[in-house]
Design a protein around this ligand. Structure first.
Ligand SMILES: Nc1ncnc2c1ncn2[C@@H]1O[C@H](COP(=O)(O)OP(=O)(O)OP(=O)(O)O)[C@@H](O)[C@H]1O
Length: 246
């Protein structure tokens, strides 16, 4: 469970307000989507949650833990797929994932067994022992996801996870995220693709210009906007369709 209250982050000595009093919650057993155009503040919000940035003000709790006060504890509780997938190119996929398992303090045998399981569900066997240098986008995302999940975190944050993926890989990834949800995990993803939130998310947090414009289920957002399709509802709630992809 994630709870965010009045989170604020500025850059360039306060001139750029990236995140402006953002509040939302994300529950276990649900997929929550942060939907917003480019530059809305999605990545900055996620970075604060996973302790890469510290907020100027506001509160965050992940399963009751404050990332600012207990960053190590939060790192153990979270699985993160960041926007830059950041793999070690000279290591194989298996070595990349194993390295994270070791950082999380897992036993070698457990890591080996979990890598096999993740390679099965993410269909990675064909490339698991190749160096990641030269990997396709889809292969890189799969390694980043396996790496994020090696310690079986309760909460999973994914920054634009389907960016650059083809239709088949996107479908497979969506199925995988549904599986994480069915296991009772709290899944939060950011995207600027409307179809993605419509297809996948139980709750949608619409962000634009650093602010939450609306939050709710797809049905609630439709009702609130008075529109009969999500695309029109999003445009109505954000005030523009600039930067959003259908
Ligand atoms: N390190 C930084 N220094 C200065 N400005 C930044 C920094 N990081 C983010 N910003 C600015 O903060 C705003 C929000 O950026 P952010 O990356 O959070 O948006 P986003 O919603 O993730 O967008 P996208 O969909 O393009 O990834 C933008 O105006 C961006 O230029």
């Amino acid at each position: 469970m994630i709870e965010v209250q009045r989170l604020r982050k500025t850059f360039n000595k306060g001139k750029v307000v990236a995140v402006d009093e953002v509040s939302f919650s994300a529950r276990d057993g649900q997929i929550t989507g942060l939907l917003g155009p480019n530059g809305a503040g999605k990545t900055t919000t996620l970075r604060m949650l996973y302790t890469l940035l510290s907020p100027d003000s506001g509160q965050m709790r992940i399963d009751g833990i404050d990332p600012a006060a207990e960053p190590l504890k939060v790192k153990q509780a979270l699985g993160v797929v960041p926007d830059s997938r950041g793999l070690y190119d000279r290591l194989s996929a298996r070595e990349n994932i194993r390295y994270y398992g070791r950082l999380q303090g897992l036993a070698k045998a457990d890591i080996a067994e979990r890598i096999e399981r993740l390679a099965d569900v993410l269909d990675m066997h064909e490339f698991i022992d190749r160096k990641t240098n030269g990997f396709s986008q889809g292969q890189r995302v799969k390694v980043a996801i396996a790496r994020a999940l090696i310690h079986e975190p309760r909460t999973v944050l994914l920054d634009e996870p389907t960016n650059g993926l083809d239709v088949m890989t996107t479908r497979a990834l969506r199925g995988f995220l549904q599986q994480l949800k069915a296991e009772g995990r709290c899944v939060v993803l950011s995207t600027h693709i409307m179809q993605e939130v419509a297809a996948l998310c139980d709750r949608i947090v619409i962000i634009a210009k650093g602010r939450v414009m609306a939050e709710g289920t797809a049905d609630e957002l439709l009702r609130r906007s008075g529109r009969d399709n999500l695309e029109d509802a999003f445009v109505q709630l954000i005030g523009s369709d600039e930067g959003l992809l259908a």
